[in-house]
Design a protein around this ligand. Structure first.
Ligand SMILES: [Fe+2]
Ligand SMILES: [Fe+2]
Length: 264
């Protein structure tokens, strides 16, 4: 497991007043996103290739904390093919994407259904576009292309991270306690989402994402999108025109990730 440097992390958030003004939910999200960024920033080759931003949280940059990774980085991006596939996005826009690849790998090696492996693979890639409420944004991004249960799971995984479920062995993430103290309380909309998910027949679709999430901050693990290409082929409805060219309800989001430099 990756260690969280509490001081370094809090330093990324700005002044004590600024931290005090953040909701617990925002702090918890910032913590998880910080860990994901740290994980991806490790590895010079990938960093060179994709221009992952080392100074992502530098307060001097005056970029809002919720900005997607692809916007926080002003380095050159490799051009996308004319008809981009999901795999192209992993290789050219989401890379190194260690956190989601590690989550999916865990689901795969523990023999979980392909649907769960895909959900884990997709669960946080929307952080490249936008960070607040990433469960809801991520579900919308993927909805046209996946089984309804997959996008449902993506939507609710964000809320479920904050609620233990001893019956299936999901514990409240210890690093939240260490960073925010034990009095942490999720925002009202997250509590509502949790209750909705808890009573829903698809509850486990979202719970399984959080269960694979918990174990996925390992910097040593070697990961690539390669082992998931067949699962993507069978479970992700890749549009023939390419993501962004198919006029689906989320095409615009894919175009924005492909071309974040467009002024309008
Ligand atoms: Fe997430
Ligand atoms: Fe995650």
């Amino acid at each position: 497991m990756m260690k969280v440097d509490r001081r370094a992390f809090l330093g990324t958030l700005g002044s004590a007043t600024a931290i005090g003004a953040m909701s617990h939910e925002a702090l918890a999200d910032a913590a998880e996103h910080y860990m994901i960024e740290q994980l991806d920033a490790d590895g010079a080759d990938d960093r060179e290739k994709m221009g992952a931003q080392l100074e992502f949280y530098d307060p001097e940059r005056k970029v809002r904390r919720g900005v997607g990774r692809i916007f926080a980085d002003n380095k050159n991006l490799a051009p996308m093919p004319a008809k981009p596939t999901l795999v192209d996005f992993y290789e050219l826009r989401f890379a190194p994407a260690r956190h989601v690849l590690q989550s999916a790998k865990r689901a795969l090696t523990t023999g979980q259904p392909e649907r769960t492996v895909l959900a884990c693979l997709l669960h946080d890639v929307v952080l490249n576009l936008v960070k607040p409420d990433h469960g809801w944004w991520g579900a919308q991004l993927m909805e046209p292309y996946v089984d309804e249960r997959v996008s449902w799971g993506l939507r609710y995984h964000q809320a479920l991270r904050f609620f233990p479920d001893p019956e299936v062995g999901y514990e409240y993430p210890d690093f939240y306690n260490r960073i925010f103290g034990e009095d942490y309380e999720p925002d009202a909309h997250v509590q509502r989402a949790y209750k909705q998910a808890r009573d829903h027949k698809w509850y486990m679709e979202a719970r399984l994402i959080t269960m694979n999430d918990e174990y996925s901050f390992d910097r040593e693990a070697k990961v690539s999108v390669e082992p998931f290409i067949d699962i993507i082929g069978r479970n992700f409805k890749q549009p023939a025109e390419g993501l962004g060219n198919d006029d689906s309800p989320s095409s615009h989001m894919w175009r924005t990730i492909a071309n974040p430099n467009r002024p309008l």
